[in-house]
Ligand binder design. Structure first.
Ligand code: C2E
Ligand code: CA
Ligand code: CA
Length: 729
């Protein structure tokens, strides 16, 4: 490109850029002297003082002249600028801008062109300008330079940019909001406060409600019947009006298919187009609810039969007692016990037993009204509360009897259990209670006592708790008190029954006796059941352990008794104490008794509960030398599988087999089997309840050579036991 200024020619070093370029061009400029344009003073002044930038550039882009204003815009002095290319102050990326416009000017297609562009100031900052370029011709009408008006539009541009950025941010945030709204797992809805009409909602809302957008928008929650209880919506709106927000309202909602779901709703009042709207966020609580329901189910219901458990029964009974004071209506409590459940469970197995219990539970429920309660309170024990019977006690009793008979009949129908038919009956005790009764425990006890009466009277019977039976209830409470006192006053003593092998006394079983201050000497049958039920067996058992260990230690001092072992009965409740092992070891330690002389008698029934724990307790004690004997063997579950795992030393043949073995082939066969079993498992064997020489001889023949029973001696006080020993010798 040629540039002709005042006849002189110069070549643009185009391609170079930045201040290096400016420096080179400055040198070139200094050679040029004097104004190159008409030196008209007025023109000059307006050029210099114009509020817009003015510059002349050669056709190849070199700045021929510029005014102060332009120089200010780009941050240079005019001297620094003249001679350099305008491209030198154009950011490299923008250098193509305006090329087209120049071409059009040069071709004469246009007289002036305007466009916006950026310059790079001396300080490196970019600044926006608006250029208006026209072309200047020489006398021969040949284009010879560009005249450019430069307007500083940086402030405007910046404001525009900021606005655009703000708008973009808004658009993005709206987009984000929409995404959040739509993608939220919580249900979000927007409804007019005035009439509850939905104006918007998200996918989760539609999904949970089983609704389509068309069905929701423009309709109200009332029309859609979303609230299971419209009262809940009223409550939410009321809270909204009062506080502007409503947090964590737990409510039930109806899906389109009618299904109910629990939701946790939080709502706030927002203003939209001048009108208040309800923005509601609801979380589906069904799962959490289900879990909570499950926990409740476990805490209050029997998992096997799904009937109420003992805890729930007591709660319901408490409520019934409360209501009866106000209503004056009588109620009945029925205690139901299956008659032969234990035998069935033992012979056919737990699985079949469970099936029976489940069916029995269903039959019970089938016999009572929905408002009545049926509960399972023991393995084969059920309790039914019949509420709001007659206002007259006798009438209520006969009403209860009708239901009771229906239940009994239903329970004695044949059962189909795992493909086999079974028969079962139940015994039932009933007590009626009404205004004036306050003690729930007493009600339960009365029915329990009546049930025992039914059993005694031959099973499959119904017995009412009659007032004369009340004395039994009173006596029990009294007895409990006496046992407690007896433990404190150390009225319990141990008697000793010898255990004999090959004509030699090898040891004894310690059997508990109670020196009752009024009633004289009492055998365990009179108190052990009560002690077990009330938990008093724990302190009592501890006294037994202490006394037994003391005896072992005393015997150890004399050669005649030093070899004797002492068998001690342990109750299930005692055995399950968290510190049972410590209790035994402490008793041994305190008395300095030889652990190897202590033999703990446990029963099968207490083993099945938690076999692993049982094994652990036994193992810890066995490590110290304590022995274990399995009492009453043959009457319980007798599962070889667990028997093999127990670290036992001895089996005790139950006295029922000994008693019946001479008359009954089955008992004899069982005794025979126990002998073989003990041999196979390398356990010692002892028969209890041996009363006659025939029994002893027969056991001897079978291979059992250790005995305990009246044939040798009943349980006796310790002094008598010692004289027995001497006599035997
Ligand atoms: P058990 O452990 O089976 O004790 C044997 C029972 O049979 C004793 O009854 C004993 O007197 C009785 N007996 C002994 N020889 C014969 C006999 O030849 N024929 C008959 N028919 N019976 C005989 P006792 O002393 O009345 O004890 C009854 C139950 O009380 C014991 O049965 C045991 O389960 C429990 N018991 C006794 N002392 C304690 C104790 O200190 N702690 C615990 N937890 N229970 C005990
Ligand atoms: Ca025993
Ligand atoms: Ca026994």
């Amino acid at each position: 490109m040629r540039a002709s200024i005042g006849g002189k020619q110069s070549v643009s070093p185009s391609g170079k850029s930045g201040s290096a370029l400016l420096a080179v061009d400055k040198a070139a400029r200094r050679e040029q002297t004097g104004p190159l344009l008409p030196s008209d003073a007025l023109y000059r002044a307006s050029f210099e003082q114009a509020a817009v930038g003015i510059l002349h550039t050669s056709l190849d882009g070199r700045i021929l002249e510029c005014n102060e204003c332009f120089a200010r815009i780009v941050g240079y002095t005019p001297e620094e600028l003249v001679g350099s290319s305008f491209q030198a102050i154009t950011p490299p990326g923008d250098r193509g801008i305006g090329n087209n416009a120049q071409k059009r000017l040069l071709s004469g297609e246009m007289q002036t062109v305007s466009f916006e562009k950026r310059y790079m100031r001396k300080d490196g900052a970019l600044t926006w300008v608006m250029l208006t370029i026209s072309i200047q011709h020489d006398e021969e009408r040949r284009p010879f330079c560009f005249l450019t008006m430069v307007q500083d539009i940086n402030d405007r541009k910046q404001a525009e940019e900021q606005l655009a950025a703000a708008q973009e941010a808004l658009r993005l945030s709206e987009e984000r909001y929409r995404t959040a709204f739509q993608m939220s797992l919580d249900c979000i809805s927007l409804a007019r406060l005035r009439d509850g009409m939905f104006v918007d909602c998200n996918e989760a809302f539609l999904e949970l409600g089983g609704l389509t957008r068309q069905e929701v928008i423009g309709r109200t929650s009332t029309e859609l019947q979303i609230w299971a209880d419209p009262e809940d919506r009223r409550r939410m709106v009321e809270r909204l009006m009062r506080q502007g927000v409503c947090r964590n309202l737990e409510a039930q909602f109806r899906r389109k298919n009618g299904e109910m779901i629990w939701g946790l709703m939080s709502a706030s009042l927002i203003e939209l187009e001048g009108a208040p709207h309800i923005l509601a966020i609801t979380r589906d609580l069904s799962e959490a609810r289900t879990a909570a329901d499950e926990i409740r189910q476990l805490a209050l219901y029997d998992p096997l039969t799904k009937l109420a458990n003992r805890r729930l029964l007591l709660e319901r009974l408490r409520q019934t007692v409360e209501t009866t004071q106000r209503s004056g209506r009588w109620n009945a409590l029925l205690f139901v016990d299956l008659d032969n459940f234990k035998t069935l469970n033992d012979t056919l197995g737990h699985h079949v037993g469970d099936l029976l219990l489940r069916q029995a539970g269903q039959r019970l429920v089938g016999c009572i009204r929905a408002a009545d309660t049926a509960a399972r309170v023991g393995s084969d024990e059920f309790v039914v509360i019949l509420e709001e019977l007659s206002g007259n006690a006798e009438e209520a009793a006969s009403q209860a009897k009708v239901v009771a008979e229906k239940i009994l009949a239903s329970l004695s129908e044949p059962y189909a259990l795992a493909g086999r038919g079974c028969l079962s009956t139940a015994s039932m005790g009933i007590t009626v209670f009404g205004p004036g009764t306050e003690n729930t425990m007493e009600i339960l006890q009365q029915a329990d006592i009546a049930m025992y009466r039914a059993k005694q009277d031959g099973r499959a019977m119904i017995r009412f708790f009659a007032p004369e039976l009340q004395s039994v209830v009173n006596a029990r409470a009294e007895l409990e008190d006496e046992v407690r006192q007896g433990i404190r006053k150390r009225e319990f003593v141990l008697w000793y029954q010898p255990q004999v092998e090959d004509g030699q006394v090898i040891g004894a079983e310690a059997l508990l006796r109670w020196n009752h201050p009024q009633r004289g000497l009492l055998a365990p049958a009179a108190f052990i059941g009560l002690a077990e039920e009330t938990g008093l067996i724990v302190p009592l058992g501890l006294q037994v352990l202490e006394a037994a260990c003391g005896q072992i230690a005393a015997w150890a001092k004399k050669p005649a008794t030093a070899q004797l072992t002492l068998a001690v009965n342990v109750s299930a409740r005692q055995f399950r104490q968290a510190d049972f092992v410590e209790q035994v070891l402490e008793a041994l330690g305190r008395t300095e008794a030889d652990p190897r002389k202590l033999k703990l008698e446990i029963t099968e029934s207490m083993l099945v509960d938690n076999l692993e724990e049982t094994i652990e307790i036994m193992t810890r004690l066995k490590k110290r030398g304590v022995q274990f004997s399995l009492d009453d063997f043959g009457t319980g579950y007798s599962s070889l599988a667990y028997l093999k795992r127990l670290p036992l030393d001895q089996l005790k043949i139950d006295r029922a087999f000994v008693r019946d073995m001479l008359a009954d082939a089955a008992s004899s066969a069982i005794a025979q089997a126990i002998v073989s079993l003990s041999r196979a498992m390398h356990l010692s064997l002892l028969a209890e309840g041996v009363e006659t020489e025939e029994q002893r001889a027969s056991l001897d023949d079978l291979g059992c050579h250790a005995y305990q029973g009246y044939l040798f001696s009943p349980p006796v006080p310790v002094e008598r036991f010692l004289s027995l020993l001497q006599a035997a010798r």
